[in-house]
Design a protein around this ligand. Sequence first.
Ligand code: NDP
Length: 338
Amino acid sequence: NKRITLKDYVTGYPKEEDLLLGSSDLELKVPTGSNAVLLKNLYLSCDPYMRGKMSKPVVKSYTDAFIPGSVITGYGVGKVVDSGHPNFQAGDLVWGITGWEEYTLIKAPEFLVKIKYTDVPLSYYTGILGMPGLTAYVGFNVISSPKKGETVYVSAASGAVGQLVGQFAKLMGCYVVGSAGSQEKVDLLKSKFGFDEAFNYKEEHDLNAALKRYFPDGIDIYFENVGGPMLDAVLLNMRNHGRIAVCGMISQYNLTEKDSVHNLFLIIAKRIRMEGFIEPDHKHLYPQFLELVIQYIREGKLVYVEDIAEGIENAPAALIGLFSGRNVGKQVVLIARE
Ligand code: NDP
């Protein structure tokens, strides 16, 4: 059973060598009397929050650190090959937290979600129909309190979450601008996802000026994925009563000394509401989200771009690549076909 373990806790930028490919002996059946489920992992999801789990735990977070030497975990899609649980049978397709390995014995299968619709790629359950999808839905539709005609800015806009936020905002009738780190991504934002405008933040020496160019009358909603100097520039360009949905701050995850944000005082004068949120708090919205989004996918109202690496050997590079922007769209690893 090939698997990926964490070599040791990481400080600074993670490297491919921080994750080790090895194998374990795993009997491919559920132990007698156990209510576990044995999963054959089909797709593994690469998500930025996994970086936090590679650090030595100093403060209690909403998610526990990985244990060096043990298999790492993350979201994935799998097929049940054996089950001791009354709710699951061999052949069921599920998504949820699994191990980064070929087969995983899931001891608490209650947390797995059975896949209801299979007329879309199964990998979508790591992205548009999984955790990043619900994140975009909640972050935009609930936390941002959007109204038709408002101006919306999305950073890390071509990624797993950002590409959907932009599309949700267009469906709401907003003016939407996204930023991303390459020309290829900028082109995708405009041609594929329907953003009104897009720019490559790496080519802007003055982010404040760039935002003024696209938002001469200011930003009503900022969907924050990046943090640091980008947040500072956005604060200068927010409108009165604007909202900042703080989803992530990927520019800060690998810094041992976090960037200072200088313009927070503008929250007062501009009466900005800045609110952090995490997807696990909103799981109850998943059923309504799923029905809406599957319909939009079928009608062609939502599209999704994935970047699929093949084989567990390539999983470490795929995960680490998130922090240099190597991924174009949602980063997934194909482990096995059904
Ligand atoms: P993405 O698919 O967007 O992949 C990460 C992208 O971030 C990279 O492709 C890169 O794109 C960009 N990036 C990396 N480093 C930097 C940097 N230093 N400055 C600016 N951009 C950078 O990831 P997700 O869509 O999965 O996640 C997006 C954000 O949402 C992250 O901050 C993540 O932590 C957060 N998140 C939060 C959740 C919650 O519950 N609150 C749940 C899921 C995600 P580029 O080429 O454009 O630089």
